[in-house]
Design a protein around this ligand. Structure first.
Ligand SMILES: [Zn+2]
Length: 304
């Protein structure tokens, strides 16, 4: 096979994989990088808070941080459900100094996965932990790829990539959710306002093959200007996976920030049939979806 023919075949393949999504020069290779990260995260297995698997993933996040970030910070704390064990939790923050001293942009994702598959139809399956390729995996993969991008392209505004622990720890309708982001927001509340982020953008469940990101209600109410910037980037880049009208109201890691007065939004596709089931696996995700979100966030980030 000639080199020219190989290039031609590769071009057809890329068009087939990424229809309507142009990959600009400085984002070349990122679809593969995103997928490689997601594969690595999922390979660790289910990653509930306090598990050896989650500690293994921390090692992976730290190794990416050592390679690309200006600083790595960690918040260590413990959490105990009534009558349950004391669980050690860690928020990991990759810090990127900007060209300016403006307030930082905080991009967050949870890296833990749900300890039980409580949306499974049969009760036996519900007691097993999920691997969370999409729920926990996809946002982590996007943040890890952003670390590489931010190392190569110093941002104007400083950026903090925060990997939150304990987002999915609680039983349905309980209060044991968003443990890591609640802890982070509580620390911010004690800190000087000069330390506060300019805004927070949470990335969660963005790997679904049939990705459609509609506006989330709390995000629309508290950071509509941020979502407008995201929409403008999606339109400019002709990324069809972003939809304009608000659809779902979702409690996620953006809420603790909204509650203390920091503008915060979440990017999420909540229409995911495998949510909180054992079927939330790698084959339900695609590099195209991860790249759609990654490219829009990279573009919007330059204007925030
Ligand atoms: Zn979840």
């Amino acid at each position: 096979m000639s080199i020219a023919y190989k290039i031609l075949c590769l071009s057809f393949l890329m068009v087939a994989i990424f229809p309507g999504t142009a990959i600009s020069g400085d984002l070349k290779g990122y679809p593969q990088t995103l997928w490689k990260h997601l594969e690595a995260v999922v390979a660790v297995g289910p990653r509930p808070p306090g598990s050896p698997a989650l500690e293994k993933l921390r090692g992976y996040i730290r190794s990416v941080g050592k390679q690309y970030a200006d600083e790595i910070r960690e918040q260590k704390f413990t959490y105990q459900k009534p009558g349950g064990p004391t669980v050690a939790m860690v928020n990991i923050e990759l810090v990127f100094h900007g060209k300016t001293k403006k307030a930082p942009l905080l991009l967050g994702a949870h890296y833990d996965t749900r300890p039980f598959a409580d949306e499974e139809k049969d009760t036996y399956s519900r007691k097993f932990p999920i691997v969370g390729a999409n729920d926990g995996g996809s946002g982590t993969a996007v943040l890890l790829a952003l670390a590489q991008y931010l190392h190569a392209h110093k941002p104007e505004r400083p950026v903090r990539l925060v990997f939150f622990d304990g987002e999915d720890y609680g039983a349905k309708f309980s209060s044991h959710y968003f443990i890591g982001s609640k802890h982070y927001a509580a620390q911010l509340k004690k800190a000087d306002r000069k330390e506060w982020p300019y805004c927070v953008l949470i990335i969660d469940m963005v790997g679904d093959k049939q990705l459609q990101i509609a506006r989330e209600t709390y995000s629309s109410e508290n950071a509509s200007w941020l979502l407008k910037m995201i929409d403008e980037s999606a339109q400019k880049l002709k990324v069809p996976q972003f939809l304009n009208p608000p659809k779902h109201t979702v409690r996620d890691d953006h809420l603790p920030f909204i509650n203390i007065g920091v503008p915060a939004a979440v990017l999420m596709d909540f229409d995911y049939p495998y949510w909180h089931t054992l079927q939330d696996t790698l084959d339900k995700c695609s590099p195209e979806s991860l790249y759609a979100v990654f490219s829009v966030v990279v573009d919007a980030m330059k204007r925030i």
